[in-house]
Design a protein around this ligand. Structure first.
Ligand code: HEC
Length: 228
């Protein structure tokens, strides 16, 4: 918009031909009426603001890249991607973690908290009875009990007290958890034992009492066929 020529004509020429005359001799060049009216034009966006927005946008992209998990609804902090979640998810349930406290209550008194065995029982750490790929023999030991002698890691053991039968007091779930724990602790690394595997062995040995009158011997166990 241009300044109105009529309005400013007087004030713009205070010293012009009309100066000193008229009713407003004191109008000076500094009068507000003398200034150009504000105009609406295209102001330049400050460069720092553009740079700031660019930096924010860039940071936002990086943030989403690192934290949004590829926008997968199944991925949450602190996991970065579906791939990582999958890699860390070892199974439906961490049976071994559940088994640790149970082992402490039921087995550690004889086999020791670190599985080393001792005065009352042979070692579980490194035992081939514990880590056999097929757990069919292993599951039978706590179900019905065991009477020595038994060879573990090349050494013969006989404990007159033997090992108690626990099949009546331990559920399939608890036993699966305990056995998974001893198979995955102290340097042992064997697949976990599932409750279904325990249930299957219970079924296969249904006519064997679990009251301690029918404990296994090592020779008998060695005749139980292994799948793998
Ligand atoms: C009362 C002591 C005692 C308790 C409790 C006990 N065990 Fe044993 N365990 C033994 C003895 C003793 C033997 C060896 C058999 C023998 O000499 O009569 C043995 C042998 C074993 C063996 C085979 C040999 C080896 O070292 O690998 C396994 C496996 C085993 N026990 C697992 C367990 C698990 C699992 C529990 C808990 C659910 C458990 N035991 C609780 C005393 C015990």
């Amino acid at each position: 918009m241009k300044p109105d020529p009529k309005k400013s004509s007087n004030a713009a020429r205070p010293n012009g031909p009309g100066a000193g005359k008229g009713s407003s001799p004191n109008v000076s060049a500094k009068s507000p009426a003398n200034e150009a009216e504000p105009t609406a034009g295209l102001a330049h966006t400050p460069i720092w603001l553009i740079i700031l927005f660019a930096a924010l946008f860039y940071w936002g992209q990086l943030y989403l890249d690192n934290h949004a998990g590829g926008f997968d609804p199944q991925v949450y902090e602190p996991y970065e991607s579906a791939k990582l979640v999958k890699a860390l998810n070892t199974g439906a349930d961490d049976l071994a973690a559940k088994g640790e406290p149970l082992y402490g209550m039921v087995c550690a008194a004889c086999h020791q908290p670190n599985g080393s065995g001792g005065a009352l029982a042979p070692p579980l750490a490194g035992s081939e009875w514990v880590t056999a790929a097929d757990p069919s023999r292993l599951i039978r030991i706590p179900l019905h009990g065991l009477s020595g002698p038994i060879q573990v890691k090349g050494q013969d053991y006989t404990f007159p007290s033997g090992m108690t039968a626990m099949g009546e007091v331990l559920s399939d779930d608890s036993l699966a958890a305990i056995l998974s724990y001893i198979r995955q602790s102290w340097g042992n690394s064997a697949p976990q034992v599932t409750p279904a595997q325990v249930a299957k062995v219970r079924q296969d040995t249904a006519n064997r009492p679990m009251n301690g009158t029918a404990t296994w011997t090592a020779d008998e166990l060695l005749k139980v066929p292994l799948a793998q």
